[in-house]
Design a binder for this molecule. Sequence first.
Ligand SMILES: [Zn+2]
Length: 119
Amino acid sequence: MPLDCTNPLGDSRTALGPVLYRCRQCGALISRHDWLLPMGGDHEHVVFNPAGMIFRVWCFADAQNLRLMGVPSAEFTWFKGYLWQIALCAQCGTHLGWRYDGDTLPPRFYGLIHDRLVT
Ligand SMILES: [Zn+2]
C-alpha cells in the first residue's frame, strides 16, 4: 500500500479565505487584503494634512461601499500627479479615506485610513 501523502494543512489553508477590511464604525465591507497596492514601493504611507492631522494610509487598487464627496482636487495631494476626492463609508458616513485619479498608471486607486478599518 502506498503512503498517504496528503498535506494535512491543505484544507485549513483554503478554508481561511481572503482577509476582508470593514468600516470600524458600522462593519460595511470596504476592501480586501489582496487588493493592497504598493504605491512608490509600499502600500503604507504615513502622511499629514494642512491641519497637522497624521494619517496612516494604506493604498488599495479597489474598494467598495464608499461615497465620494466634493470635486477632485490637486491641492496638497500626497501622491504626485493624482487628484483626490474624500471617500466616506456609504453606510454610516465615516470618513474612511480618499479616492485618487491620475493620468499615470494606475489611473485610479484608494488611500484608506488604516485605523478606521477592521479585519
Ligand atoms: Zn461605516
